[in-house]
Design a protein around this ligand. Structure first.
Ligand SMILES: Nc1ncnc2c1ncn2[C@@H]1O[C@H](COP(=O)(O)OP(=O)(O)OP(=O)(O)O)[C@@H](O)[C@H]1O
Ligand SMILES: [Mg+2]
Length: 239
């Protein structure tokens, strides 16, 4: 079943066309990765899905419902969570309280139990009282992912979750994503090819604001055209 769909989506900033006609769809219960060189439009696309930006034209729908132009808070309540490229946690609040702020939005179930479960799943229990501002990068990223998962979104958007993380932290995030699938669906922007190979069911390549190619991980990552557009532009890991 189609979970998320965009139809002929455009986003223009003055003279810059950041997204130039993207028709995209992803299925429920899958991990779908979005790749593409810097400036390809990946984060802009995310922002239109979550209501942080209102598209210049086109439609975004989630579970068959048109969500174009809805406010971010409405979209969160419909079940889309996002970890953005920029930090969203409160530095002077503990790990546990940051996750709690997400869990308060839970539509059903016990928020306290949810926080406990996430602390345990992401191996954060031993540091739950630490202030987020004092954490090293990997722990901070993990806390941020836990905070997004706390409200139990159906679709989780992760913008570069592996950036700047150690190999063991990256592996832990990959395991968590695979464990949560298929009851959750993930749309993940990432440059780290090892991570993508580990988690992706489908890969879509963005280039200059459009979809350049889409398909299975193996087919897309071994494509010579995809390698060309990435050349010298931050593709990491062994493709
Ligand atoms: N608020 C804005 N105003 C003007 N131009 C913007 C704005 N946001 C994004 N852009 C432009 O839109 C294009 C796409 O940017 P975007 O951040 O979506 O790329 P990206 O694929 O996420 O890149 P990266 O891999 O570096 O994160 C870029 O040319 C960028 O400069
Ligand atoms: Mg980006």
């Amino acid at each position: 079943m189609t979970l998320l769909q965009s139809t002929d989506l455009f986003m223009r900033f003055g003279g810059v066309t950041a997204i130039g006609g993207v028709s995209f769809s992803m299925s429920e219960g899958t991990v779908h990765c979005l790749v593409g060189p810097n400036g390809a439009g990946k984060s802009t696309f995310f922002k239109m899905v979550t209501g942080q930006l209102s598209p210049s034209s086109g439609i975004v729908s989630f579970r068959g419902r048109n969500i174009t132009g809805l406010r971010s808070s409405e979209i969160v309540n419909l079940g889309i969570g996002i970890k953005t490229q920029t930090p969203q946690l409160f530095d002077d609040v503990s790990v546990e309280e940051n996750i709690w702020l997400g869990a308060r939005r839970l539509a059903q179930g016990d928020p306290r139990a949810r926080v406990r479960q996430l602390l345990s799943d992401l191996e954060l229990t031993s540091i739950k009282s630490r202030l987020v501002g004092t954490l090293p990068h990997g722990l901070r990223q993990r806390t941020e992912i836990a905070a997004v998962l706390a409200s139990d979104p159906k679709l989780i958007l992760l913008d570069e979750p592996a950036a700047g993380m150690s190999d063991s932290d990256v592996e832990q995030i990959a395991e968590l994503i695979l464990r949560l699938k298929p009851s959750h669906s993930f749309l993940v922007v990432e440059h780290d090819m090892r991570f993508i190979r580990r988690i992706a069911d489908t890969v879509t390549v963005f280039h200059q604001g459009r979809i350049f190619m889409e398909g299975s991980c193996d087919r897309v990552l071994s494509d010579s055209g995809v390698k060309d557009i990435y050349l010298g532009k931050g593709l990491t890991g062994n493709a």
